[in-house]
Design a protein around this ligand. Structure first.
Ligand code: SAM
Ligand code: SF4
Length: 501
């Protein structure tokens, strides 16, 4: 069951722990410097092409170089950037797309972010969280369609302290399908987290449970826009505490870090430069760049009105994805179901490495008949929303997979790196010499074969198996090809599961 909303007096007794301002976190964003880099006249095409050529050598770009790409809006140069982003993605990541689904665990929130349906002043939001039993039901629903990765999403609230987050992670890992009872196997093998920044002790408690990536989105790097969207007296109003939250995570031993910006709060070019600055900062300070970058765009949400001034057009959105790809070649890029299926299909090729599929963002949405999607747009009398914003892509996982394979993308449910200890600096060592393809393509093929055996519709299975055969044919290393073939047979004929390199 979803827990019933608590009585207000019970909630007010809870306190968030004080922020530990001794941890040495830093504000490394210089607004004046970034502002001086944007809005410049269109640069010389020769210079732009030199920077594109540098990006194609898989060298991360300096912020100043990214700024040049942002200023180059001549159509032929934009096309060249799209095509370079496609080819860079292909060389670093191959044609794989990793799939996941989020689970919204709790939507109580002490903050009042102007853009979010969970903001504290949205009195129409129905507040609750999933207890262990309710969370387990969500997990089983995801497992029964074939998901192997989830990200748990939390509002910021005293109830969602590190112990609560840790317990949620434990519940997810402990919830598995039994083929004898459920008719098919199922397990989540990687749990990522999107929650408020913690202090070092809090991060340690969460890390203990074996999480994958800890994501914190700065929302906007522009100090003025940040202050406008996040009340100064709220917890999230502290820009630096949030900005350098991932350094505290690193100090606590979490080296799989996810950054992001919510596009639509400030000039999109400013936030692209903010993300690139953040990535370079993490690499310089900790020797490890971010594992992923997310770039959600503002969506309509209940109880909020967006200032249209900074909303990002589809064209600029495509540009920003391509420019990010060129600027940070080894960072995974996540494109969520906030965007429509059509736009996602188009942007996938520009360098995206992960997408969610079959997503529901209302609490309990994977097993309950939710009409929250409708409610966000038109709240019905007496009905309230448990959803944070409006989704753009409502396709099922099987439908997304069908589409991926028919467009030449290899779906992957791989969770090997994290489980084999290839994270942080070690991950970078593997990624940079191109080992990723030797490990990731085989793991994509075997995890995709598992999906086809256990969960796919007959149509998806047929097209998926054709794809596996053609991908296998491309593997040049004879020993590796043989080893993949053996494992594919073990999976289909012997029902072996969870084999990875
Ligand atoms: N409460 C935590 C926090 O704010 O960091 C994490 C969860 S929050 C539910 C996850 C992310 O959703 C936010 O960081 C924000 O970028 C995004 N988000 C919030 N409102 C949105 C909206 N209206 N449209 C698109 N994304 C939104
Ligand atoms: Fe709360 Fe996060 Fe929404 Fe802000 S974005 S109101 S912190 S849930």
């Amino acid at each position: 069951m979803i827990q019933t909303p608590a009585k207000p007096q019970a909630v007010t007794k809870l306190r968030l722990p004080p922020m530990d301002t001794s941890a040495g976190f830093r504000d490394f964003i210089d607004d004046a410097k970034i502002e001086s880099l944007i809005g410049r006249p269109a640069p010389d095409p020769v210079w732009v092409r030199e920077i594109i050529a540098k990006a194609l050598t898989k060298t991360p770009l300096a912020v100043e170089e990214t700024a040049v790409l942002l200023a180059a809006d001549q159509p032929e140069l934009v096309e060249e950037m799209f095509s370079a982003a496609r080819s860079l993605k292909e060389t670093v990541y191959g044609n794989r797309i990793v799939l996941f689904a989020p689970i919204y665990v709790g939507n109580r929130c002490v903050n009042d972010c102007t853009y979010c349906g969970f903001r504290s002043t949205n009195k129409d939001a129905q507040r609750s969280e999933l207890d262990s039993a309710a969370l387990a039901r969500q997990v089983r629903a995801l497992e029964s369609v074939g998901h192997k990765r989830t990200i748990l999403v939390f509002g910021e609230h005293p109830r969602y302290d590190p112990a609560f987050i840790a317990e949620s992670v434990r519940t997810v890992y402990a919830t598995k399908l039994d083929p004898k009872v459920d008719g098919r196997p199922g397990e989540i093998r990687r749990v990522n987290i999107n929650a408020a920044p913690q202090d070092v002790e809090g991060f340690k408690i969460i890390k203990e449970e074996g999480i994958g990536t800890f994501q914190i989105f700065q929302e906007t790097y522009h100090h003025g826009a940040y202050a406008k969207a996040h009340g100064a007296k709220t917890r999230k109003g502290d820009y630096a505490w949030r900005l350098d939250g991932l350094s505290r995570a690193f100090e606590a031993g979490i080296d799989d870090l996810g950054i992001g910006a919510l596009f639509g709060l400030a000039d999109w070019r400013f936030d692209v430069l903010g993300l690139v600055t953040h990535a370079a900062y993490l690499k310089d300070r900790h020797g490890v760049g971010p594992h992923t970058i997310s770039f959600p765009r503002l969506k309509a949400a209940q109880g909020v009105e967006h200032d249209p001034k900074n909303l990002v057009s589809d064209h600029d959105f495509k540009r920003l994805v391509a420019i990010l790809r060129l600027s940070v070649p080894y960072t995974g890029m996540i494109l969520t179901a906030r965007e429509s299926a059509e736009l996602r299909n188009e942007i996938l090729g520009f360098g995206v490495s992960q997408i969610d599929a079959g997503t529901k963002i209302d609490l309990g949405g994977y097993v309950e008949e939710g009409d929250a999607q409708v409610m966000v747009q038109k709240p019905k009398a007496g009905k309230e929303s448990r959803q944070q914003f409006e989704l753009g892509d409502n396709r099922t996982l099987d439908e997304v997979i069908q589409h991926l394979t028919s467009n030449g993308y290899l779906p992957s449910f791989c969770t090997a790196c994290y489980r084999a200890g290839r994270t942080g600096e070690v991950f970078m060592e593997y990624a940079i010499p191109g080992f990723i393809q030797k490990l990731c393509t085989p793991n994509a093929l075997t995890t995709f074969q598992e999906f086809l055996c256990d969960y796919a519709t007959p149509e998806t299975r047929a097209s998926g198996e054709r794809m596996i055969a053609s991908e296998l044919a491309k593997v040049v290393d004879v020993k590796l090809k043989e080893s993949i073939r053996t494992r594919l047979v073990q999976i289909t004929a012997e029902k072996a599961r969870d084999l990875y390199w």
